[in-house]
Design a protein around this ligand. Structure first.
Ligand SMILES: Cc1cn([C@H]2C[C@H](O)[C@@H](COP(=O)(O)OP(=O)(O)OP(=O)(O)O)O2)c(=O)[nH]c1=O
Length: 203
């Protein structure tokens, strides 16, 4: 059984992988997340996910390394806000409109170098949010480390009117897609040795 490594500093991704009951380690990648403005959001998310996974695969023996990257798209790529001013600009833009959340996902076997890269896309419709509400939301601090300046899993949920597609993809990791990719690497989640022994069964 190969070691599974999550190449991410995101606490949400760690939580989602725990939800899959997988036994894994976390080694965050420190790649510089740059991209060209004119590229398609799917391409950007996939490329960054691949760069994070290969970065950690280089220093890991006989492991399956998982990398992911989430971008929000509405006419342009909206990443994590640099500061509160940018968060205000992003949330004003998302207000009353449908945007897309794209998560790129990459899995690489550090021994064989087999690499699978894919992405998942979810449409999210936001209700109209007043400037006062946006400012109050920003003051909670929740938007600052999140693509699109909101967290659907937190207080940001109150602004979400509709979602089409995978919810977990919006939080940062498309669980069902990752399950299929891992199956292709011979990982059977329903086998005892793959699962985390936390003394609990499936709740
Ligand atoms: C849209 C949305 C994004 N996010 C988060 C998921 C990601 O953590 C973050 C997007 O930034 P990413 O660059 O994808 O990830 P990260 O920097 O947090 O972690 P790492 O690069 O080490 O893997 O936005 C939410 O938590 N909720 C949401 O509703």
């Amino acid at each position: 059984m190969k070691k599974i490594i999550l190449a991410s500093a995101s606490p949400r991704r760690k939580q989602l992988l725990e939800q899959m009951k997988l036994k894994f380690e976390v080694i965050p990648s420190n790649i510089f997340e740059d991209y060209q403005e004119n590229r398609e959001p799917e391409e950007v998310a996939r490329d960054l996910a691949e760069r994070k996974a290969t970065d950690i695969a280089r220093i890991s023996e006989d492991s399956l390394v998982i990398g992911a990257d989430t971008v929000v798209f509405l006419d342009e790529i909206l990443g994590k806000p640099k500061d509160e001013r940018e968060a205000l600009k992003i949330l004003k833009k998302l207000s009353g409109k449908t945007h897309y959340v794209i998560t790129g996902i990459a899995v690489i076997d550090s021994s064989t170098k087999k690499l699978v890269v894919d992405h998942e896309k979810t449409a999210v419709k936001m209700k109209k949010i007043s400037e006062e509400e946006i400012k109050a939301y920003i003051s909670t601090g929740e938007p600052m480390d999140k693509a699109g300046a909101y967290g659907i899993q937190g207080l940001g949920s109150v602004f979400v009117e509709e979602i089409h597609g995978c919810y977990f993809n919006v939080v940062g990791l498309p669980i069902s897609k990752l399950y299929s990719i891992l199956k292709g690497f011979g990982v059977d989640l329903f086998k005892e040795e793959v699962r985390k022994q936390d003394g609990k069964g499936f709740e």
